[in-house]
Design a protein around this ligand. Structure first.
Ligand code: SF4
Length: 153
């Protein structure tokens, strides 16, 4: 897979500092998508095991979570990245526009955000959203979507 960006993020996963990688080739094409650069699979740079290792090594101990923006369309590759991240002490998160993902991907996750973006319902920070964020503990899923709704004081 190619990737469009690597960023550090405080917003994507509650209570985690994330290394966020945006993989390209998203086949879902939500109307109103704010990340259309992720649609074209030929956009960006090719991710490799070596490149991912360098990215994760750079932020090891500084960031707590590796968050994949998509990539579930190439599950075997994505699983390798999750395994690598966990072996380096990271938690793992996946943002997908699907409503569910394959069990073999799920097994490698600490966090999972599901659901397509529906403009009239809004994103995770909107209480009307259709999207859900789960924390996964021992295979059980805890819906933590409301952590995106906390009032800023
Ligand atoms: S899943 Fe995300 S990246 Fe893909 S089209 Fe929907 S909003 Fe855009």
């Amino acid at each position: 897979m190619n990737y469009a960006y690597v960023e550090l993020g405080l917003q994507e996963v509650p209570d985690e500092i994330s290394v966020v990688v945006g993989f390209t080739g998203c086949p879902i094409h939500c109307s109103g998508c704010h990340s259309k650069e992720l649609w074209d699979e030929s956009y960006g740079k090719q991710m490799t095991m070596e490149r991912m290792e360098n990215i994760l090594y750079k932020y090891k101990g500084k960031c707590s979570c590796f968050c994949a923006m998509g990539g579930e369309w190439s599950p075997n590759e994505l699983i390798q990245y999750f395994k690598m991240a966990r072996s380096m002490g990271y938690k793992t998160a996946l943002y997908t526009g699907l409503n569910w993902i394959a069990q073999d991907v799920f097994e490698h996750l600490n966090y999972l955000k599901i659901g397509p973006y529906i403009e009239s319902l809004g994103g995770l920070s909107d209480k009307t959203t259709n999207q859900r964020m789960f924390r996964i503990e021992n295979g059980a899923m805890l819906d933590i979507t409301n952590e995106f709704w906390k009032e800023v004081v």
